[in-house]
Design a protein around this ligand. Structure first.
Ligand code: CUK
Ligand code: CUA
Length: 865
């Protein structure tokens, strides 16, 4: 323990700003380039994406996780993975699907009573205000099991899953309307709305497509199924959709790829779907007035209800001028509305063109009731030519579009050509193309589908990785490629393999728009945001038995679980209510009972519920599964399950040698002495913090609150220790003194972090030369011998510029060529004292100049070290 203490005090006293990064001078850079075969362009690309440790990203991307049923969060431009968000699939790290409250969310996704534990996520959508991302909510669809999930961007947790009760699959969702009043979800594979069998020969009569318009409360972040409705549509296999915005707000646009209403049947001698679905030259873009339909749907007269879903039948929609069809080149895929809502670009997978429709033209055709005809269901068809602004030849397999901040600029993915095309949807001119690897699906622009696209980057969401990465077996990762679009030519910067599923669409938002919390109000059920019924505060821990059900109200805080022993009978139902008492940032605890297939993740302030039946007899350790502190391994306890019908014979007690009373007393004294020395260190930190008015800086204040929180627990332990001493039980007293030491270490740990942060804040501002100097000091290896504010294996450099005449030059010369001064009596004395010679670090003149600036800054702030 004494050793740990001395290490601790040296950390406290030696608090420095030293950095430790490898050196990289000019010559070094050339060497690395040669060795790694890098070009100058590679270096420029690296500089555009590399972010030094501690740096942040400008944009945050939410990518679908494809068949993983999850979402993937990463940063741009670094392409660093930040999180997987559990959505439709159990995810043990987050406890999702392993604790009761998250299970409730997951089970909202049951379909016809069946638990479904995966999803095929395709299209994430960010909530909008005036068509701009507001950073509040994230939604995503599941194509396989038609569902929409809502994720709260305050904590990145899934809060709601809503099943579409009439669709059998969905695809064209989830798309927010421009003020997030509704979320559009289009059907994919047409099927009967009810759950009954209908022969496929009755496809045209009984199979249906459609678009569900989910009512969303943007304040509360929940979908309200009872206020939602579905627009009945023909079984044309609706595909991608987009909601209008700006001038086209109130309308929705949905593609389709089987206006042939082909029904396949290889086994009965018919050509496969792929042939039959692309027989016609055109399919239909569905254009519908969801806003007007939402009003109509409120009246029971206008709806029929199937499986609880309010459906507006086609004839009602037609009668009220709310549903139209516009021909589009066959088997299209993406449809994307421009930032102002005036242009609607449709890409046909089988057509080399992109077709740009103009909203004002469509609107006029509707107003003038100028129809080119009607489909078999009586839906008016608008004339394609009259609705088009124009078509542009882009290349093979155009799929999806994104917009940038430049007026008219649009980016389109070419699946077959494996290219991205930059073009202008107003002038209909192609501007640039770049190759990607390989077979791109969606693109992700920075807020690129909002009313306020940011430009800067486009991410190519590639389907295949083929030869891009080290082989990992026949199943390859996906590949997201970051492209710089700030220049005239696009420039592919970097690849990122995604090893989780096949992401379809991703959406990006400025990081500055997100404000996630770091802790919950104590005892929160994070899935509801309300106080948890099992909320337990320190001192309230208890075990309650009700019949065969045992309820444990426990707490977790560094580094113990309370209670540490629980005994139940075989066959009992067991409920653990656990609360994480921490307030400190990032102090999550995990919890499991071995063998019982449960796991919880407790973020600071969170309460969770874990349920299981203690159906096997034995001894089951339980423990914290996050390495939360130095004593994390000790954060454990035992669940003992005994069979009430069994007689247990007690084992022979081993005679163990125990310590004498004198030995115990000596150990007690030693422990107390260590504690008071540790306390002195803490007090020195506290003094520093107070003198420098830590309370003026919120970041530091939070850290000090965390530290004092730990320190405040000492009093109670001290009372227990003193009580044990009074009762002559030194063994117990030592244990309580050890507990005190634990709290002190935790206090000091956070206290030092607070001090470091405060030094940064109160020191005079560093000029760029000082910063460069500090970096050079660290990277040049100076910190190996010199610790600012402390004599280490070399002299303290505080005040070094006062120690010599014409000191700036003296120090500069010395760094440049130390050997030239080895004979200088002062230097010689130092060499003898430290038994070390200052080595030549081959610093550039610029580095040396900067270091001198840094040393001046050190002197200015000498009182802080
Ligand atoms: S889809 Cu996958 S590449 Cu579901 Cu948006 Cu086009
Ligand atoms: Cu808490 Cu490990």
């Amino acid at each position: 323990m004494a050793k740990v203490f001395s290490k601790l005090s040296s950390i406290v006293l030696g608090t420095t700003l030293a950095l430790s990064v490898a050196t990289a001078g000019d010559g070094e850079l050339q060497k690395i380039m040669k060795k790694r075969g890098l070009t100058e362009n590679d270096l420029i690309r690296a500089a555009k994406t590399y972010t030094p440790t501690g740096g942040r990203d400008e944009f945050i991307v939410f990518s679908s996780g494809g068949q993983s049923g999850q979402m993937i969060v990463y940063g741009v431009p670094t392409m660093r993975l930040l999180k997987y968000i559990a959505v439709f699939t159990p995810e043990p790290w987050q406890g999702y699907g392993y604790d009761e409250d998250s299970k409730k969310v997951l089970r909202q996704g049951n379909i016809r009573g069946r638990e479904i534990n995966w999803g095929d996520t395709h299209h994430p959508g960010l909530s909008e205000t005036d068509g701009k991302y507001d950073g509040k909510w994230l939604v995503i669809n599941d194509k396989a099991n038609p569902r929409i999930a809502v994720i709260d961007l305050e904590d990145f947790e899934t809060k709601q899953i809503v099943v579409n009760p009439i669709f059998k699959s969905d695809h064209g969702g989830a798309f927010f309307t421009q003020n997030s009043d509704y979320i559009l979800e289009a059907c994919q594979y047409a099927a009967p709305y009810d759950n009954n069998y209908h022969p496929i020969d009755e496809y045209k009569e009984t199979y249906r497509g459609g678009v569900t318009v989910w009512s969303f409360d943007n304040k509360e972040g929940r979908i309200h199924p009872e206020k939602s409705f579905t627009i009945e549509m023909p079984p044309y296999m609706q595909d991608l959709s987009d909601s209008g915005k700006g001038v086209s707000d109130g309308w929705g646009f949905t593609n389709s790829f089987n206006s042939e209403m082909y029904t396949g049947g290889i086994e009965v001698g018919m050509p496969p779907f792929e042939a039959g679905c692309s027989r016609n030259d055109t399919d239909f873009l569905h254009v519908y007035n969801w806003k007007k339909l939402a009003e109509l749907a409120k009246d029971d007269k206008n709806v029929k209800v199937v499986n609880g879903m309010r459906i507006v039948p086609m004839d009602i929609a037609i009668k009220n001028d709310c549903l139209f069809l516009v021909p589009e080149p066959k088997s299209p895929h993406g449809v994307d509305v421009s930032p102002d809502g005036e242009y609607i670009t449709v890409c046909g997978k089988l057509d080399t063109h992109a077709s740009v429709y103009k909203w004002s033209k469509i609107k006029k055709l509707i107003a003038d009731k100028k129809y080119a005809g009607k489909d078999p269901y009586g839906i008016p068809i608008l004339d394609m030519k009259s609705a088009l602004h124009g078509q542009v030849e882009l290349g093979l397999g155009p799929l999806h579009n994104q917009y940038s901040n430049v007026d008219g600029e649009i980016y389109t993915s070419l699946y077959v050509d494996s290219q991205i095309v930059k073009w202008n949807y107003k002038t209909l001119k192609v501007l640039d193309k770049v190759n990607v690897h390989y077979n791109v699906g969606h693109l992700c622009g920075m807020e690129g589908k909002s009313a306020d696209p940011q430009g800067k980057y486009i991410i190519s969401l590639n389907k295949l990785a083929i030869d891009r990465f080290d082989p990992v077996g026949p199943l390859h990762p996906q590949n997201h490629q970051l492209i710089d679009i700030s220049g005239k030519k696009m420039d592919l910067l970097v690849d990122m393999p995604l090893p989780l599923g096949e992401p379809h669409q991703a959406v990006a938002i400025r990081a500055s728009k997100l404000h996630p919390k770091v802790r919950y109000t104590m005892g929160t059920n994070t899935k509801t945001g309300k106080p948890h019924i099992g909320k337990t505060l320190a001192g309230q821990e208890k075990v309650v038995r009700k019949g065969n059900h045992v309820y444990i109200y426990g707490t977790l805080v560094r580094s113990h679980i309370n209670p540490e022993r629980v005994t139940v009978n075989k066959g009992d139902d067991v409920t653990f209510y656990l609360t994480n008492l921490e307030r400190a940032q990032d102090e999550t605890h995990g919890f499991t009972v071995d063998h019982y297939n449960i796991h919880g993740s407790l973020e600071p302030g969170e309460t969770i519920e874990l349920n299981f039946k203690a159906d096997i007899e034995g001894v089951f350790p339980y423990y914290c599964t996050e390495f939360c502190s130095a004593l994390h391994l000790e954060m454990m306890g035992y669940l003992l399950v005994k069979d009430p019908n069994k007689k247990y014979v007690s084992a022979q007690k081993l005679k163990m040698k125990t310590m004498s009373k004198e030995e115990l007393k000596a150990e007690y004294d030693k422990t107390v002495a260590t504690n008071s020395a540790t306390d002195a260190v803490i007090q020195s930190v506290v003094k520093f913090l107070k003198e420098n008015h830590y309370e003026k800086h919120q970041v530091v204040k939070d850290l000090v609150t965390d530290a004092l929180d730990q320190y405040g627990k000492i009093k109670e332990q001290k009372a227990k220790s003193d009580e044990a001493v009074k009762a002559d039980d030194y063994e117990k007293a030592i244990l309580f003194e050890n507990m005190i030491w634990q709290y002190m270490v935790k206090t000091a740990d956070v206290g030092i972090r607070a001090k470091d942060a405060l030094v940064r804040l109160v020191a005079t501002k560093q000029s760029s030369a000082v910063q460069a100097g500090e970096r050079a000091f660290g990277e040049g290896g100076c910190g190996g011998c010199h610790v600012i504010g402390k004599v280490s294996s070399g002299p303290d450099l505080t005040g070094v510029l006062q120690r010599h005449e014409n000191a700036e030059k003296w120090v500069a010369d010395f760094i440049k060529d130390p050997a030239s001064k080895y004979k200088d009596p002062y230097v010689k004395g130092m060499i003898d004292y430290f038994n070390l010679k200052m080595p030549n670090q081959h610093m550039s003149d610029q580095n040396i100049k900067d270091i001198i600036e840094y040393l001046k800054w050190v002197d200015e702030n000498a009182n802080l070290f």
